[in-house]
Write a protein that binds this ligand. Structure first.
Ligand SMILES: [Zn+2]
Length: 271
């Protein structure tokens, strides 16, 4: 198989804490699929939020993943080193007149709207749209209605091989450039997947609904659409996401207690 024909997978953790079983599940599932399908496997460090990212957590990611038996191509892409790429994408959207500054606080938005977005957060009602506010110190939001009109109303993608059609407007005017970091998760993940040639996105079900935003951005920016496979999240005994759980134990603690990578796979019901 030629290098060009090979699928490209990626695992993209944020160095904001130690990896736990939920991360291990996602990473192993992703890596195993890449192996089975003869694909390449990339690791990406999602550290745009420099207020939360820490070098010791990044070092721990490499150590924990290598211990689990994963290997990845070098160099690893670090988002904090590619802010220019995200700025260029935002400039393209700006040239289409799709961005506007918003100075609303979370409390403003919570008070202004009873509606909810697809994550269950208060839906932004568009208060600042059309106001031509100054950009300094403001978030930049996507004019969703205008963006959706440009791509013909809906977006679609292949989820486990089945076509999904979805309406991005249910998210409202999402923030694409946070005032503190100048970009956003949605922009960074979309641009990185395109620049790295990612063909297969394997990630948790918690990002399933955000996929319609990523597909919209890909359409607006003329980027290819990867295939998506969102997997179930690992839950604790009370059915809560591990990340939110008091019981989530870092992989390194399990390792210190004598667990082996095979034990981790068994705990996650992975072959
Ligand atoms: Zn606003």
């Amino acid at each position: 198989m030629s290098e060009d024909a090979r699928k490209i997978f990626r695992f993209a953790p944020s160095p904001n804490g130690y990896l736990h079983l939920g991360h291990a599940y996602s990473a192993l599932l992703d890596f195993d699929l890449a192996q089975r399908e003869g694909g390449r496997f990339l690791l990406r460090i999602e550290d745009i939020d420099q207020g939360r990212a820490r070098p010791e957590f990044e070092a721990a990611i490499y150590e924990d993943l290598a211990w689990l038996g994963l290997s990845w191509e070098e160099p690893v892409r670090r988002q904090s080193e590619h802010l220019d790429d995200y700025a260029a994408a935002l400039a393209e959207l700006d040239a289409l007149d799709l961005l506007y500054p918003c100075v609303c606080s979370r409390a403003d938005i919570a008070g202004a709207s009873g509606a909810r977005d697809l994550d269950g957060a208060p839906l932004y009602p568009g208060t600042c749209r059309g106001k031509r506010l100054a950009r300094a110190g403001a978030n930049l939001r996507l004019d969703m209605a205008k963006a959706v009109a440009l791509v013909g109303g809906e977006v679609s993608w292949f989820e486990h091989g089945k076509e999904i059609v979805a309406a991005p407007q249910e998210w409202g005017d999402v923030v694409l450039a946070r005032k503190d970091i100048g970009t956003s998760y949605h922009i960074a993940v979309t641009i990185d997947d395109a620049l790295q040639g990612v063909t297969d996105v394997v990630r948790g079900r918690d990002l399933y609904e955000a996929t319609r935003i990523h597909r919209l951005l890909q359409e607006l920016l003329g980027l290819p659409a990867p295939a998506y496979r969102h997997h179930a999240l690992v839950l604790d005994e009370d059915g809560r996401k591990l990340a939110k759980s008091r019981l989530s134990k870092p992989l390194r603690d399990l390792r210190a207690e004598g667990a082996t990578p095979a034990d981790v796979r068994a705990m996650l019901d992975l072959p």
